[in-house]
Ligand binder design. Sequence first.
Ligand SMILES: Nc1nc2c(ncn2[C@@H]2O[C@H](COP(=O)(O)OP(=O)(O)OP(=O)(O)O)[C@@H](O)[C@H]2O)c(=O)[nH]1
Ligand SMILES: [Zn+2]
Length: 346
Amino acid sequence: MASVHCNLSALGWDDDFAASLKPGHVPARVTRVDRGTCDVLTADGELRAAHSAALKRAAAADPVALPCVGDWAAIDGDVQVQEVLPRKSSIVRAGVTPGVSHGQVLAANVDIVYIAEPAVPRVDLGRIERFLALAWESGARPVVLITKADLTSVDLAEVEAAAPGATVRAVSSLTGEGLEEVRLEAGRTAVLLGKSGAGKSTLVNALAGADRMATQEIRAADGRGRHTTVHRELLLLPDGGLIIDTPGLRSIGLYDAEEGLSQAFSEIEELAARCRFHDCAHEAEPGCAVLAAAEEGELSERRLASWRKLQREALWMASRTDARLRAEKTREWKIIHKSMRGRSRP
Ligand SMILES: Nc1nc2c(ncn2[C@@H]2O[C@H](COP(=O)(O)OP(=O)(O)OP(=O)(O)O)[C@@H](O)[C@H]2O)c(=O)[nH]1
Ligand SMILES: [Zn+2]
């Protein structure tokens, strides 16, 4: 069992996942999803697993129950996915179904979100901020990578000001600049987000070496090598980390990103806490600390405008969120509230 355990931890398995695995099920990390099936990595190598009837029923009630890349799937003896184990983190963007907003999980169980933004033609700080809100909301640690740094000089200080709390690095897949710092520890998972052409796939290739798409080796602690072909989305890197390459995202709408936005704009949140009115809209109120900071040049106009734009978008999205879902949440809350009131009465 020890070697199996070790193999799994190389794939990111840990005690929390183990605790939620039901007897008789085998854990498998989802590397790629298709309609009705997914490719998974198990301690014994790669498999293609179909969705079980139970999973289909769960997904009919809530699409978020479907496996996505990075998930730990519990598979049965028939190589069917019975369920998806509770996610440690998930990258969720707003789905695009007319009329109703819902979350679409792009990747799960990620430790680090690499936000790839190309240095040329110019770094788009607004896009970085949007990805940062998404990343902070996910529970994973964001790292901003300014790619193609060989083509121009990059003002990292400017990017850092737009990314409080996040690490910012300049990298080049061409020269290898900065790639050392992008290496992942064994068993750690990162996802690469960024617009099309940002250089994500080139970066993954640089990290994976020439062997990308080729047979890779997961080495067990007992020294027995296991050969596994890993391709497409979730990739096992030669020195142990796992990386999820995503296709360039044209639209990355924020979904339920209130917390993520607060972290992405933490300095503005800190200012807002000092406004005279606690419900200050930071538009024209007297004693507004946000406006005062903007006037004094402590807070850039660009940053304030970007924060407002993303806030508005998040509010709008929340207003479109499935009314039924919201009604249910309110009902649940009322039941809890009632039972608490009941308890406090003699
Ligand atoms: N000079 C230079 N060019 C790069 C670098 N990284 C990528 N490129 C080029 O940028 C272009 C786009 O790179 P990709 O890796 O395909 O970009 P991507 O983000 O994977 O794009 P999508 O797959 O569409 O999401 C290619 O022509 C690469 O050769 C780099 O570090 N330096
Ligand atoms: Zn204010």
